[in-house]
Write a protein that binds this ligand. Structure first.
Ligand code: ATP
Length: 199
């Protein structure tokens, strides 16, 4: 399995339709500062289902839509398509080539498709989940992230590992449940006091 082409249309700085062709092996994207190299990586993460605007270096999801320049008005939608060579059947679908697409409209709606057929985000995440391109996006190591890992304190490093292992959300849920239990315990104590007073 390898990534074959990535097409961006109205995504971040790519106002016009732009297609990148990837050959098997290592691909380097080279360009001056601010020319959109990281935007290409953001587009990859986005089309594979990334849901966090912050992970895409924005404040809100709408920030992925071309915001306009002095010579070009903003666009109403962002669209990214990724074609994956599936000749080895790594993706559980009976096609030797799979194109996943994602569109976001400035008016709010979004659309997802697999080989041109409309689908849910969950379908794309399910399709990719067994291939190592799963929903947590740990296959993409962002700029400065390696440095951050090397400089992290043991607690922070543990946080990275917990996030990668999907433990973090359970830890958050556990903390919330414990807070509820504590509040419940306080109520029970209060109830016992009141019952004692009534007797
Ligand atoms: P560096 O080498 O400095 O890391 P880069 O090539 O990775 O740079 P990017 O971060 O990919 O560059 O691109 C930044 C450019 O994308 C900026 O000029 C920014 O204004 C532009 N940009 C980001 N989001 C949008 C958007 N929604 N609409 C238009 N332009 C955008």
């Amino acid at each position: 399995m390898h990534l074959k082409t990535l097409t961006l249309r109205g995504f971040k700085s790519f106002a016009s339709a732009t297609t990148l062709n990837f050959e098997p092996g290592v691909t380097c994207v080279v360009g001056p500062n601010g020319s959109g190299k990281s935007n290409v990586v953001d587009a990859l993460a986005w089309v594979m289902g990334e849901q966090g605007a912050k992970s895409l270096r924005g404040g809100k999801m709408e920030d992925v839509i071309f915001a306009g320049t002095s010579g070009r008005p903003p666009l109403g939608r962002a669209e990214v398509s990724l074609t994956i060579d599936n000749a080895d059947g790594a993706l559980p679908i009976e096609y030797s080539e799979v194109t996943i697409s994602r569109t976001l409209f400035r008016s709010g709606g979004s659309e997802y498709a697999i080989n041109g057929q409309g689908c849910r985000l969950l379908d794309i995440q399910d399709l990719l989940s067994d291939s190592g391109l799963g929903r947590e996006m740990h296959v993409i190591v962002g700029q400065g992230q390696l440095d951050a890992v090397l400089r992290a304190t043991p607690e922070e490093r543990r946080g990275f590992i917990e996030e990668a292992a999907g433990v973090l959300k359970h830890r958050k849920r556990k903390e919330k449940a414990l807070r509820k239990l504590e509040a419940m315990q306080a109520n029970l104590t209060r109830l016992a006091d009141l019952t004692g007073e009534i007797r």
